[in-house]
Design a protein around this ligand. Structure first.
Ligand SMILES: [Fe+2]
Ligand SMILES: [Fe+2]
Length: 376
């Protein structure tokens, strides 16, 4: 079935969205000068490839009206007069639309990440970074494939890309400076996505989305480490003017992501008053905590790569997230990797138990067939 029939509103599928390319494709003839940490990340990238067709258990059923198994209280309009007027059917429909919106933005973001990673392969000067970005391009393709399958097979509804996410992708890709896809995608968009994936991974009570989010996060932990390593080195050399420009971009992008990526388009689509619902989003304690949580990964990375001037610190203080700069990124990343492996382990153990039960049942059945014949 074409995705067209699943979009929440009409999308032009005849034409592609074309972002003009800027900057040079760079070749290097130095094949022997890789940085150890980057090369070991590349090795890990090659070793840890996985395939959604075999690693994810797609036979698990998903209720599209309750795909994540979250309580009603997480809705931004919970307990408001609008909420109280909704029938159970409407609440279920809203639940489905919110999940579809969220996972659709993950999906479009993954396509953006694949294109940015490919762009980095072209434009970054060093071969070790090109090698790494090539594995990331493949990782992002697998992520886009996985989210597309989840939406198409399990939710049956897809939202178009959010305008502000598209704007950020456009800004990131049209800039001719080679570090901008890193900063825009690897640090900001990936950092935000990682926090959102993490929150849903930890909150969902449903096994299929939990597997998907944990496995995708296992790869994303490497991507963020790559952005940090590459930019930390490069940003030591920046002039103060160059640093200023990047800090301004970070501040603007962070406000944009905090204030504009919040599913506003869902309300109108399900027939609710968009302005009124959006007002509740601003006031809802759950949503305020959620928006702040989105910065748990970005702020420490921005600090780590050295874009920590007064403008950035002021903006983060204003958002109330400045203290997040001290989070231990390595520990967070290790946790992401361990959690995915833990799920694999639990699945293997469950399979073993199933096998053993089947063996016992078979033995019992054989035993029943082989009843000794009574002898007179
Ligand atoms: Fe990804
Ligand atoms: Fe990624």
């Amino acid at each position: 079935m074409s995705t067209n029939e699943m979009y929440s509103s009409p999308v032009d599928l005849e034409n592609t969205w074309d972002v003009p390319m800027a900057g040079d494709a760079r070749f290097t003839w130095e094949y022997d000068n890789g940085r150890d940490r980057l090369l070991s990340l590349y090795q890990k990238g090659k070793d840890k490839q996985w395939d959604q067709t075999s690693r994810i258990d797609w036979s698990i059923e998903v209720d599209p009206y309750d795909s994540l198994g979250l309580p009603d209280e997480v809705s931004a309009i919970y307990g408001t007069p609008i909420w109280d007027k909704l029938s159970d059917k409407q609440k279920k429909e809203l639940n489905r639309h919110h999940s579809a919106w969220q996972f659709s933005q993950f999906l479009h973001g993954e396509q953006g990440a694949m294109i940015c990673a490919a762009r980095i392969v072209e434009s970054v000067p060093d071969l070790d970074s090109k090698f790494y970005a090539a594995t990331q391009t493949m990782d992002e393709a697998r992520h886009a494939e996985t989210y597309a399958r989840f939406l198409q097979e399990k939710i049956g509804l897809v939202y178009p890309i959010n305008d502000n996410l598209a704007k950020l992708l456009d800004q990131t890709l049209t800039d001719s400076r080679w570090d901008m896809p890193y900063l825009g995608m690897q640090v900001l968009i990936e950092g935000l996505a990682l926090a959102a994936f993490g929150l849903l991974r930890d909150m969902t009570t449903k096994p299929l989305p939990k597997q998907i989010l944990a496995y995708v996060m296992q790869d994303e932990a490497r991507h963020v480490a790559f952005g940090r390593l590459a930019l930390k080195d490069a940003y030591k050399e920046l002039s103060s003017k160059e640093r200023d420009e990047r800090e301004e971009f970070v501040v603007e992008a962070c406000y944009l992501m905090r204030d504009r990526l919040r599913g506003k388009e869902v309300w109108g689509t399900v027939g609710l008053d968009e302005a009124e619902c959006d007002k509740y989003v601003d006031q809802s304690e759950v949503m305020i905590a959620f928006r702040n949580h989105l910065f748990t990964r970005i702020v420490p990375i921005v600090k780590d790569i050295g874009l920590w001037g007064p403008k950035v610190q002021r903006a983060y203080a204003d958002m109330g997230v400045l203290q997040l700069g001290d989070a231990n990124l390595d520990a967070l990343m290790k946790q992401d990797e361990d959690l995915a492996e833990q799920i694999d382990k639990e699945k293997a153990e469950a399979r073993e138990v199933e096998q053993r039960i089947a063996e016992i049942e078979q033995t019992i059945a054989i035993g029943a067939d082989e009843q000794p014949v009574a002898v007179d």
